[in-house]
Structure formats: structure tokens, C-alpha cells
Design a protein around this ligand. Structure first.
Ligand code: PDD
Length: 275
């Protein structure tokens, strides 16, 4: 079953209009929420971010948080989802094609579940990455359906047999194509400030607060590609990748090609939260 507007229905019952603005313009916002033990993880934070993204592009969410939570719980229960993701999107709705906002259109919400396992091998061994120019727009803090910049970057990574593309804007490392990025330098965690140039990741926020609990210093600051190459440790974070070690960037090994100690500490603390 999927959630379409406020109803649970069979996926095959739903037809998306060719003039849905999400389909034609990427005019909408989305969230990916992890489900552990049948429970959506940090659901409130995801809904808050969805609301912020929607407000930033002047879409009114069609349902309140309480109603949404009830519907998402029904969706997870109906699909007997134990471990996986909920994908949720809201588009501006259907209207005759014009670039500007239509005078009348009703936002359309769709959500569905995907069963999938934790990426255990990547979490244990770490992943390879490549750097690429960050060609995305200047509102990366909005979780918009427009993902072409991310799609092209990830494709470049895949073509080079890497797991993630690390984006660099004017020499500054911003984030991954679908992840946030941290490096460890002299015992300190560095990550790009949460401004308009990155998505304010929920996992990023969780890691920052775990690090504070563990008394690992965190600095939200700019750092260069050269600093990334020279980092003692590096890891990426996201809803689906959790806290994942990076052991290679382009042709440079990070931390002699092994996940670092601080990364392991943060992974362990994160694991406590989801167990
Ligand atoms: N991606 N940065 C970007 C550009 C992202 O798309 C994501 C999430 C993140 C991590 O955010 P969070 O920790 O809140 O998942 C950072 C999701 C998972 C996706 O598009 O599939």
C-alpha cells in the first residue's frame, strides 16, 4: 500500500497527472525517513525539515503533523515494514503548465515504503569516493525534488566504481551528493556549516550531539579539498548510510585505507541509538 494524499491505497490505483508540477518542474519537496524495529527514526525532525523546505518554496503542507504521523504509522504497519525507508514527497500539485505558481493548485502528498537492510559492508569496511565540482543551486538547504546536480555527481562516482561523490565549491568541500561529510583533523571533527550550501542533515545533527557527549570537539567550518586529502579520518552521514567511514578520496587513501578510531566511536554510539 502507499499513502496518496490522506488515503492508504494500492500503488496501481494511483495515476500521476502529466501536469503534476513535481513531474514537470521538480516543484516540490521530500524526505527519506529510516525505519528501525517498525518505528520511524527521528520522525519529528524529518517532519520539521519537510515543513521548512515546503515553506521555503511557498507550499502549504496539506496535513498537520499529528495527522501525518498517524497516516505514516498506518503505512508502516500495513506494509509490515520492520527495517527500511519511508519516502515522502509533496508537490505543488496539478495545473496547466506555466513556470510561475498557478493561482489554484492543491499540494499532493505521496509516501511509500521500501524494505532494505542496513549497509553493513560499507559500514564495516568503509567506502571509496571521488570529488567533483558542486554545480548545484544556492539553496541546498531546501530538500527539493530537483536533484539533477546530485544525480550527475553520483553517476560520476558510480562510473569510477566509487560509492559517493564529494562536492567541492570554489575549493571548499560542501557535502556528498546524498550525504553530509565530516573529517577528523588533529582530534577535531570538521564539517561544513549548516548554511544554504548544504542540506542540514538529521544524521549530521545526531553525530554532532553524540560527539559533544563523547567530548570530541566539533567545528562547523570550511575546509579545503587538500585538507580532505590530508585528513586523519573521514566519514559520511545520512539516513540510509548512517555513519559510514570513507577510506579513499580520488586516488588518495584516508587513514591508511582503514576506518578511523573516532569514526568507530561515533558509529558505536549511533548504533546504540538504533538498537
Ligand atoms: N539524502 N546531503 C544531501 C544532499 C542529502 O540528499 C542527504 C540525504 C543528506 C543527509 O541528510 P539526512 O541525514 O537527513 O538523511 C545530506 C537522502 C537520504 C536521499 O536523498 O536519499
Amino acid at each position: 500500500m502507499i499513502l496518496y494524499r490522506d488515503q492508504l491505497v494500492e500503488r496501481t490505483e494511483i495515476h500521476i497527472d502529466i501536469e503534476d508540477r513535481g513531474y514537470q518542474f521538480g516543484d516540490g519537496v521530500y524526505e527519506v525517513i529510516r525505519v528501525y524495529h517498525q518505528q520511524p527514526f527521528y520522525l519529528d525532525a524529518h517532519l520539521e525539515r519537510l515543513k521548512r523546505s515546503a515553506e521555503a518554496i511557498e507550499i502549504n503542507l496539506p496535513y498537520g503533523f499529528n495527522q501525518l504521523k498517524v497516516k505514516l504509522a498506518e503505512l508502516v504497519a500495513q506494509n509490515q515494514l520492520v527495517q527500511g525507508n519511508v519516502y515522502l514527497q509533496v508537490t505543488r500539485g496539478v495545473a496547466s503548465r506555466t513556470h510561475h505558481f498557478p493561482v489554484k493548485s492543491e499540494p499532493i502528498l505521496v509516501a511509500y515504503t521500501q524494505q532494505n537492510d542496513r549497509p553493513i559492508q560499507a559500514l564495516n569496511k568503509g567506502v571509496h569516493t571521488v570529488t567533483t565540482e558542486d554545480i548545484r543551486w544556492l539553496r541546498c538547504d531546501i530538500k527539493s525534488l530537483n536533484l539533477l546536480g546530485a544525480v550527475l555527481a553520483k553517476q560520476k562516482a558510480v562510473q569510477q566504481h566509487a560509492h559517493e561523490a564529494i562536492l567541492v565549491r570554489e575549493g571548499v568541500v560542501t557535502e556528498g551528493s546524498s550525504t553530509n561529510l565530516f573529517i577528523v583533523e588533529n582530534g577535531q571533527l570538521l564539517t561544513h556549516p549548516a548554511n544554504h550550501l548544504i542540506l542540514h542533515g538529521i544524521t549530521r545533527q545526531i553525530v554532532i550531539s553524540i560527539a559533544e557527549d563523547l567530548q570530541i570537539p566539533v567545528k562547523e567550518t570550511h575546509f579545503s579539498k587538500e585538507q580532505l586529502y590530508q585528513a586523519d579520518e573521514c566519514f559520511i552521514t545520512s539516513t540510509t548510510m548512517e555513519v559510514c567511514p570513507v577510506i579513499q578520496v580520488d586516488d588518495r587513501e584516508i587513514g591508511r585505507g582503514q576506518p578511523g578510531k573516532i569514526t568507530r566511536k561515533l558509529q558505536n554510539a549511533f548504533y546504540q541509538l538504533i538498537s
